[in-house]
Design a protein around this ligand. Structure first.
Ligand code: FRU
Length: 483
């Protein structure tokens, strides 16, 4: 690791290029890099932003502090992809070098309009007495040139009674008007220079994408924590599916165990009445490392999502390497019999070609990039161990409690111990035979039950690159390496 003291609010200028090139060189030697997950070539990556299929390819923007593995000045990084598996690094999309965004270009989405891609984002602006909420716009043309809107910010300040922690614009079209959702926080009594007391989803309206008028909050019949982040909306089979990332969501026995949680709501959003008629709400992910997902329509209007493969300010054993986090795989989202499912896109699945099926108690895999599939019977206890005797993670099905648990306590390199070493989900509602899919991409693991009815996303840093997978009893297992 190249040692250089980086100020938190440093933004990129060409003088940094040398340092970044060197850092990139060092990081490319890391033994924990993934092959089919997007990760930062330098520094820290968090939320996916501006997800879109525009001008014949996928555009994946992301929150990025390029200089080190901590949460510093947020830039928008940019990658493009034709196939959702290989990503071309396009470098910087937004560098926060204007006065109105002097503390970072925060999250937002992309909206295609008259052959251009409108990138909405939050301009983070701090003063001695707290933040001032500002939302901004940049426009990318078909050549890939991105220009910030000269009259930024497009929204200045928060409505009365709301905290200035107001962010993460999500713009969409409905009934021939443009709408923007913003995540925010409302004061119940006294106003303070920080978060308020209750998370709220604020609605703005526009007829030209530049001038926005506040409409009010959307009535959401759920626990909203003290702040809502990263709203994202998509329609599946005529139903609205709203993603939210609340801070301060109440923990349940098994659900919502991370510092922050991400949830989905299925129902109907009425923008006139500002009501979300809720049919179902649940957590999006039961793993340790998932937050701030965004949904979008891909090629041929395919509904997709990427999430941040991380959450909050976790401590990882490789923090000194100068790179941190990444995004999940591109996941297709759908409703199956009214139930929400999320599963790696067909393109990702197609990369595991030479499938082999064996009946065994133990499998030895040569490389840490694989897809494994097997079935578990909900009525029989089973445990599967991944790793070596002194360094492994495990999956357990407890037939009495009707739960599936992943556990990281037996890893040699411990991770984020403060937030616990087990994550559990209930399986009472799942069919008796549960299909398990495990996608391992070195230190990035996505584990799916029943093709995405439940998902665990989590990191592990195993010391050996060869993995032994041991099952508590003989099992029929299909596996393939990533090609
Ligand atoms: C969520 C979040 C967003 C914010 C961004 C800053 O992880 O806190 O609300 O825009 O990250 O990087």
């Amino acid at each position: 690791m190249i040692s250089k003291k980086i100020d938190k609010y440093t933004f990129y200028t060409p003088e940094w290029q040398n340092y970044l090139n060197q850092l990139k060189g060092t990081i490319s030697q890391s033994t924990y890099l993934p092959k089919y997950h997007l990760y930062p070539k330098t520094g820290l990556m968090n939320d996916p932003n501006g997800l879109s299929y525009f001008n014949g390819k996928y555009h994946i923007f992301y929150q990025w502090f390029p200089f080190d593995s901590f949460h510093g000045m947020k830039h928008w990084g940019h990658a493009t992809s034709e196939d959702l598996v290989t990503f071309k690094d396009e470098g910087f999309a937004l560098i926060p070098n204007e006065e109105y965004e002097k503390n970072g270009a925060y999250s937002g989405n992309a909206f295609e309009y008259s052959n251009e891609l409108y990138l909405f984002y939050t301009a983070n602006y701090k003063t001695n007495t707290g933040k001032l909420a500002k939302q901004a716009l940049a426009i990318m043309d078909k050549k890939g040139t991105i220009k910030k809107y000269p009259k930024n910010p497009i929204i200045n300040g928060a409505p009365k009674g709301f905290s200035q922690e107001l962010r993460d614009p999500f713009v969409f079209e409905r009934n021939d008007s443009f709408y923007m959702l913003l995540g925010g926080s409302r004061f119940v009594a006294e106003e303070r220079a920080s978060f308020g007391d209750i998370g709220e989803l604020l609605l703005y309206k526009s007829n030209n994408l530049f001038d926005w008028t506040y409409q009010g909050v959307i009535d959401l019949p759920i626990n909203k924590g003290y702040m809502l982040e990263c709203p994202s909306l998509i329609t599946l089979d005529g139903k609205d599916v709203l993603f939210l990332s609340p801070m301060g969501y109440e923990k349940e026995r098994y659900r919502y165990q991370n510092r922050f949680s991400s949830i989905y709501l299925i129902g109907q959003l009425d923008v006139e009445k500002r009501i979300f008629e809720l049919e179902h709400v649940d957590e999006l992910d039961a793993g340790f490392d998932y937050y701030a997902p965004q949904s979008f329509y891909g090629k041929n209007q395919l509904p997709l999502t990427f999430g941040w493969f991380g959450c909050g300010e976790q401590v990882y054993p490789i923090d000194t390497e100068g790179w941190k986090h990444g995004l999940t795989t591109a996941q297709e989202i759908r409703l199956v019999n009214g139930k929400f499912r999320r599963f790696p896109s067909q393109e990702v699945q197609n990369k595991f070609i030479n499938k082999q099926t064996v009946i065994t108690k133990q499998l030895n895999l040569e490389a840490p990039y694989y897809h494994l599939q097997f079935e578990l019977n909900k009525e029989q206890e089973s445990t599967i161990y991944f790793g070596t005797k002194d360094d492994f993670w495990q999956l357990n099905l407890d037939e009495k409690k009707e739960t599936v648990t992943i556990e990281r306590s037996n890893l040699a390199k411990k991770i984020d111990i403060e937030y616990g070493m087990k994550r559990t989900c209930e399986i009472a509602e799942l069919s008796t035979i549960i299909i398990v899919d495990v996608f391992v991409d070195n230190s990035f693991i996505e584990l799916y039950l029943n093709k995405g009815e439940r998902v665990f996303s989590f990191r592990v840093f195993l010391e050996s690159k060869q993995t032994t997978i041991s099952f508590s009893k003989e099992i029929n297992v299909t596996w393939a390496l990533f090609e």
